[in-house]
Write a protein that binds this ligand. Sequence first.
Ligand code: PNW
Length: 449
Amino acid sequence: MRRFPKDFAWGTATSSYQIEGGRDSRGETIWDQFAKTPGKVHNQENGDIACNHYNMYKEDVALMKELSIPSYRFSISWARIFPNGDRVVNEEGLQFYENLLDALEESGVTPIVTLYHWDLPQALQDKGGWMNRDIVDEFVYFSETIFNRFGNRVSQWITHNEPWVVTWLGYGAGEHAPGYKDIPSFLKAAHHVLLSHGEVVKRYRELNFTGEIGITLNLNHSYPASNTPESIAAARRADGFLNRWFLDPIYKGEYPADMLTIYKGFSDFSFVQEGDMETISVPFDFLGINYYSVGYSEEKKGDWLGVEGVSGGHRRTAMGWEVYATGLKDLLVRIKDDYANPVIYITENGAAYDDKVENGEVHDPERVEYLYEHLEACLDAIDAGVRLKGYYAWSFLDNFEWAFGYAKRFGIVYVDFHTQQRIPKTSAKWFKQVMETNEVPLPVSTSKN
Ligand code: PNW
């Protein structure tokens, strides 16, 4: 059987708003507001309680240990540290993360920490959020506060989680907080998110920390739906929209020319100032990739991007997302080839299914199948020379799945949101074996259709 390298990093991932709860101990965030707005979140659910991890972190870390999880990716809630989006620190918030890090250390679980996983203090949104360039300084101040407190005990940092989701779904499509629907706002917000990434990397180095710092992007491999020149060109635009718009600035210091031509029809890009692209492309240590699904494109006349997403005919998860693990291998190899073979971590990969408790157990063969196929794809990529150093399953716990509320379960651990009971699913037991052996055993039962 093929094996992952000895030093391969295994773990599971979460984010603050999705699991913590503890609403009384932090300031208001854009997701609190968004969740209150009728029609935005399934059943108008919110993260006030979520998995109650704020109060149950000790049990949760004990469960990580039980499941042989060597590393844990979590995010820090900006509004727990600066509840009013100013520079007045909430010591209680810092103390929570200190306690969490203590518990992880006692259990031998290595932390990897995301600085921004979407829960912006509402007070900063009131000043324009990511559309206001001033937010860059605020994000640097927040990050510096975190580095100064925890920089000696956390050696891997992620500046941003998924700038495309933050800015397209938040400012362009209106599906996520703050809920704007405006292409120029998307472009401006994306620029400030990227700029803040570069500024935080620079500050981390200036402070002389010796750990690693990177950024996580959500990427899909983009395939043409057919072999026509129109279809191939459409897939290229879809790739520019989702992938290259973020990859090119951070690695090459420029926005992709073909996309600029399209976007200049929407924005004059006056928000790009001298020196910005140098800052955005400051060297960083690793690329985090969140991979879930695949995209197939056909040309669509009259659409602003000229792209119609079409089905590739693969099976789907409960999110309706198509499952295609070869897309992960193709994506990883493409990044190796186009962006000078960077160190990569899969910082999220996983699937939602309609899990049910039966006799106190949760059997999720489809999730095992999903993880199996994607881990095989990771091995293929490593064989092809990709410098893949780790893999984090999304998610440790079922949690608040943004606009879908609690209706979509991504956890390898089931959460009963009434009792807060945790039940490790079959996938958790299977993944435990993977993490312990570095091998990927064939799933016992398969669900392929
Ligand atoms: C990621 N899309 O979000 C996030 O990092 C997680 O917080 C989230 O729970 C997880 O994936 C599952 O959704 C995404 O529409 C949300 O393409 C939406 C998309 C991609 C990623």
